[in-house]
Write a protein that binds this ligand. Structure first.
Ligand SMILES: Cc1cc2nc3c(=O)[nH]c(=O)nc-3n(C[C@H](O)[C@H](O)[C@H](O)COP(=O)(O)OP(=O)(O)OC[C@H]3O[C@@H](n4cnc5c(N)ncnc54)[C@H](O)[C@@H]3O)c2cc1C
Length: 384
């Protein structure tokens, strides 16, 4: 039987960041249990790596205000790279309604201390990116410290630092049941039994299965999300930001010598579907060529495209903190497509809550699980 003060179930970027923050705060006994033979087989390894502070709710903005500077200084702090590229996010508005929405968000973001965000005129966007079809672009917003990271490097950087400082990663160990024992927990894996005082659910899209092991019904649903990388394409600048077409949600960013294309297909339904649907190529390429006419010449190899799972909650905000029904059992779940960009803040918040019962980073009551029963959900509309 293994023993640890804190057991983190799931070794994706969220479990790894919590392991780092706990270890850095002096917690000597942290065990991460991962069912796969290596890290990154869940959502983290499938992510687009976008990081942004351009959100609509104060709590999401606050989490980005911690996380993005953290990524900017990742290598300095941890001694491992995360490949943060501050190329920005550019939202392109195609209606006055979009402009009003971006302005309201901009005012909130600036009031909360975001420095590098600005509203931009349609002409500015057209002159910076003449390759875009700009006749319907009425303006937008741009934040230069938004950008991209390499999720796999960030995840392994967090975990390696934690392991260098005393944490343990147990791989090939699916958790199959959790029992409550003497004020703590006994966790059964297919390899070992583990006893712990505190357990954190970091199982990404599989979070509801872990919660069910302690008889909690967690409203986290897997939702397939597909990404299409292009073959090398040099007619659009590779210094470009993540460009978001607000008319239909199509967005893209430079990736290697080509581009990475994304679009939220409204016809997608929840479920553990991780196969890539070849019919998606046609859907996304038509949206790409609509906004960037020269993208008609893009070459795509369907074999290189992939699918992963978003972990959706009803209000598109994560569920963080201790369960009131099962003391000692914590959630770090339901990031609704923002788990990479919010992993640093999540690590700090969970480490604070586990070690001291409090956090200064956010008002933790906003994101606790009880919000659903209490009718205190908070809606994020800036979801891509
Ligand atoms: C296509 C795509 C694009 C995305 N783009 C972005 C983006 O641009 N920016 C952003 O911030 N986020 C993005 N996301 C979301 C982001 O990837 C996730 O929110 C994030 O990776 C969640 O991290 P996690 O550690 O919670 O989950 P995961 O990385 O899924 O890790 C969970 C781990 O738990 C393990 N596990 C599950 N069950 C068990 C068990 N029973 N026992 C032991 N281990 C178990 C799994 O094997 C897995 O390794 C994207 C996601 C997808 C799919």
């Amino acid at each position: 039987m293994l023993t640890a003060d804190v057991v983190l179930i799931g070794g994706g970027i969220v479990g790894s960041s919590i392991a780092y923050h706990l270890t850095a705060a002096g917690c000597k006994s942290v065990l991460v249990i991962e069912r796969e033979s290596s890290q990154g087989k869940g959502s983290t390894g499938k992510s687009m790596g976008g990081v942004r502070a351009q959100f609509s709710t104060p709590v999401n903005i606050r989490m980005s205000l911690y996380s993005i500077p953290f990524y900017a200084s990742f290598e300095e702090r941890l001694g491992y790279p995360c490949d943060y590229r501050p190329q920005g996010y550019l939202f392109c508005a195609t209606s006055e309604k979009h402009i009003a929405y971006l302005r309201t968000n901009y005012e909130k973001q600036v009031a909360m201390g975001l420095k590098n965000v600005q509203l931009v005129a349609g002409d500015e966007i057209r002159s910076r990116f003449p390759q875009l079809r700009g006749d319907d672009i009425v303006g937008g917003s741009f934040c230069s410290t938004d950008g991209f990271v390499d999720p796999y490097s960030a995840m392994t950087g967090f975990m390696s630092w934690a392991a260098d400082h005393g944490a343990t990663l147990l791989k090939n160990a699916p958790v199959v049941s959790i029992s409550r024992r003497d004020g703590g927990f006994e966790i059964a894996t297919t390899r070992e039994f583990v006893s712990a005082r505190t357990v954190v659910n970091c199982a990404g899209p599989w979070a509801a299965e872990i919660a069910r092991m302690v008889s909690i019904t967690l409203p986290v649903e897997p939702l397939r999300r597909m990404l299409v990388p292009t073959e090398p394409f040099d007619q659009f600048p590779h210094t470009a930001p993540m460009i978001v077409d607000m008319s239909n949600g199509f967005h893209f960013r430079p990736e290697a010598r080509g581009f990475l294309l994304a679009w939220n297909d409204p016809e997608e339904t929840p479920g553990y579907k991780t196969d890539f649907d070849p019919a998606f190529i046609e859907k996304i390429l038509s949206r790409a060529a609509e906004r960037v006419p020269m993208f008609e010449n893009l070459e795509v190899n369907p074999k290189k495209a992939w699918a992963g799972l978003y972990e959706m909650t009803p209000d598109h905000h994560p569920i963080l903190g201790e369960s009131s029904e099962v003391p000692g059992f914590f959630f770090a779940n339901g990031f609704s497509g923002h788990g990479v960009m919010h992993a640093p803040a999540t690590g700090e918040i969970l480490s604070d809550l586990i070690l001291t019962g409090n956090t200064d980073l956010i008002d933790a009551s906003l994101l606790n699980f009880s919000r659903f029963a209490d009718g205190r959900t908070i809606h994020e509309t800036a979801v891509l």
